[in-house]
Ligand binder design. Structure first.
Ligand code: DGY
Length: 327
């Protein structure tokens, strides 16, 4: 069975696939155009997909009828039309849990970075603008005892809440599709409505799965209702926030700062004025970029392909109802 892998992943995953006797197809050049990518996909049975440059939508599935399974090298699957895949009996594997620590660490890092204007101050040093001690310049804010609001309290949100509670004694409130009993019991997290979340959070951190209904959920009317000292953190997907509205809310001091690991579009424009603000820290979607998390993702993604090749269910699957054994 052939597996197309569009970019190199940690060796541990490749070794697993080789040991399982699978034929691996790498592109000659990793920066593929859509057409080039599609041509590779047309000639494979399975795909181990890295990144979200191209969509797995109806057009894709119609163009590539030989593809029987896709293992994503990501926990998120918003670039896949799951309904279209399921209708064709194509399992879509993903990589949950192994990146929860790294991604929540990134949210925690952004929260502190923004609170202390770390990016801005670092840039000053780089620009040779480190001047004499100034008691009033570019002051940050402390996080002790403040309220952290989590939008989407799954594993990553839980870990962000736990770290913030342990480090700064933050009170945790959250809004989710359902109650998270573990968080309520262990962290004293309080379930609140969306309105209460946005009105009461000193830091609001987004950790939900992105679906089209979430597009621009955090927009000017939401920022308007947030606290003027609030820090908005997004490590989930850029589509959750409207970046122009976010910029305006920061300029108008409706909210205090923003820490983003995700933007819309990605990569973001270098001339985006939001980059000029002193209470912003923006990272290039590196939430899971640790050796440990990326090795874990490689193991899970390879494990999903191998399970499929043996006619077994993928252990980590976005559409677990689909079972399409190779017979
Ligand atoms: C994920 O795993 O979903 C990360 O955002 C990388 O795409």
């Amino acid at each position: 069975m052939k597996v197309f892998i569009n970019k190199r992943i940690p060796e541990t995953g490749i070794a697993m696939l080789e040991k399982a006797g699978l034929e691996i197809l790498f592109p000659e050049n990793e920066n593929l155009s859509y057409e080039e990518w599609l041509n590779y996909c047309k000639n494979t049975d399975t795909i181990l997909n890295i990144g979200a440059d191209f969509k797995y939508d109806k057009n894709f599935f119609e163009a590539c009828p030989n593809v029987k399974a896709i293992a994503l090298y990501s926990v998120g699957f918003d670039h896949v039309d799951i309904k279209e895949a399921s209708e064709r009996n194509i399992p879509i594997g993903n990589t949950p849990d192994v990146l929860s620590r790294a991604t929540s660490d990134t949210a925690f890092l952004l929260m502190q970075s923004v609170a202390r204007r770390a990016s801005y101050n670092f840039q000053k040093v780089r620009d040779g603008k480190w001047s004499t001690f100034d008691p009033l310049h570019a002051l940050g804010q402390e996080l002790y005892g403040k309220t952290l609001g989590i939008f989407g309290l799954g594993r990553i949100g839980y870990e962000m809440a736990e770290k913030s509670k342990n480090a700064f004694g933050m009170n945790i409130i959250y809004h989710n599709r359902r109650h998270n009993e573990e968080a309520e019991k262990e962290l004293g997290a309080a379930y609140v409505s969306f309105e209460e979340l946005i009105e009461n959070s000193d830091v609001l951190s987004v950790h939900a799965n992105f679906t089209p209904e979430h597009k621009d959920l955090f927009n000017s009317s939401v920022f308007e209702k947030m606290k003027p000292n609030a820090i908005f953190v997004n490590t989930a997907r850029g589509g959750f926030h409207n970046q122009k509205d976010l910029y305006q809310a920061l300029v108008d001091q409706k909210i205090w700062g923003a820490g983003l690991d995700v933007t819309h579009p990605e990569p973001m424009q270098v001339d985006d004025p939001i980059l000029e603000l002193s209470t912003v820290c923006i990272l290039p979607h590196i939430g899971s970029a640790t050796i440990e998390a990326r090795n874990g993702m490689a193991r899970l993604a390879a494990g999903n392909i191998i399970a499929f090749s043996k006619g077994e269910k993928m252990p980590h699957c976005a559409n677990p109802e689909v079972y399409s054994p190779i017979l």
